[in-house]
Design a protein around this ligand. Structure first.
Ligand code: FPP
Length: 279
């Protein structure tokens, strides 16, 4: 195990690796993104991403799986930079690890991912703080190794060195059903204590209770992008995605770049959202 951790990043990754799928639109992504930024009402205030496809990327590149996760971190770094330049996105929530991953991935991959998360958070917190990015971690953090949990909580408590521009909310050891169960437990405790009557439990109370938990997402996403080609939620933000626009892309997460983001935001701008009413 020690050997495995010590040799955690054996070969440097190439600066630019082949893209599996270039989006169809031909104009420069930066120009397209700048055009979108002139219509702030059409840019999602809360963007969520299921970053899927790291392992398949590694297989395609004939590299160890851990390189796929490192390449995934690079893609995330790029996304944060671009989102900051867009200004109108206020919350970016990313799915780093599901609660199911904890029991269903091989122990050596988990050890590896924990080490990667710790390193990324250690290396990036100051840089993010200087750019006004507040870090937040949502999920059942108590299931994580103590060292990692402490690192995450310290990073989230770090004061920002610049005015806040963005909340980067990282879902880790996260499960939508677990979050709903945790909320039900909190409400049930209040009922048992005589603070609440069962008939007082409504949607507003459930939402408020969920948001009051420091390990829950700040608001409902406007747009959820899933990479990797699968068409499912995988237990991500089940309650919050009631009226979220969904977009699944075929590209593997490490290939995700500004052109994909432009494609996604253009698609979002075309969607007509009626929240069950009439447009
Ligand atoms: C899915 O790939 C991706 C993950 C399990 C990890 C994603 C995490 C990062 C990109 C790092 C984020 C880090 C921080 C601290 C914010 P997969 O292995 O399920 O890919 P597959 O679908 O090809 O099997």
């Amino acid at each position: 195990m020690l050997l495995l951790l010590a040799s955690s990043r054996p070969r440097p990754l190439p600066r630019a690796w082949p893209r599996c799928c270039e989006p169809a639109a031909t104009s420069e992504p930066a120009v397209r993104l700048a055009a979108l930024a002139t219509h702030p009402q059409k840019v999602p205030e809360h963007l969520a991403v299921i970053m899927d496809g790291n392992s398949r990327w590694a297989r395609r590149e004939r590299r160890p799986r851990r390189d796929g996760h490192w390449a995934g971190v690079d893609a995330l770094r790029g996304l944060v930079d671009t989102v900051l330049s867009l200004e109108h996105v206020k919350v970016l929530t990313v799915y780093a690890m599901s609660i199911e991953n904890l029991s269903r991935r091989p122990p050596e991959e988990l050890a590896w991912l924990f080490e990667l998360f710790e390193k990324v958070v250690r290396d990036e917190t100051e840089r993010l703080s200087k750019r006004g990015v507040r870090l937040r971690f949502v999920g059942a953090l108590d299931l994580l190794p103590e060292r990692l949990r402490t690192r995450l909580l310290d990073a989230a408590a770090e004061p920002l060195a610049a005015p806040q521009q963005l909340t980067l909310c990282v879902a880790i050891s996260y499960g939508g059903r677990e979050e709903v169960a945790r909320t039900a437990r909190a409400i049930g405790t209040r009922v048992a204590a005589g603070e609440l009557l069962p008939e007082q439990i409504d949607e507003a109370l459930v939402t408020a209770t969920m948001r009051a938990s420091e390990h829950s997402v700040p608001s409902d996403p406007d747009l959820l992008i899933r990479t990797g080609g699968d068409l499912r939620l995988s237990n991500f933000l089940l309650y919050q995605c009631a009226y979220t626009e969904l977009l699944c892309l075929d590209c593997l997460w490490p290939d995700f770049c500004d052109a994909h983001l432009a494609e996604a935001l253009e698609e979002f701008a075309r969607r007509r959202r009626n929240f069950g009413g009439r447009v």
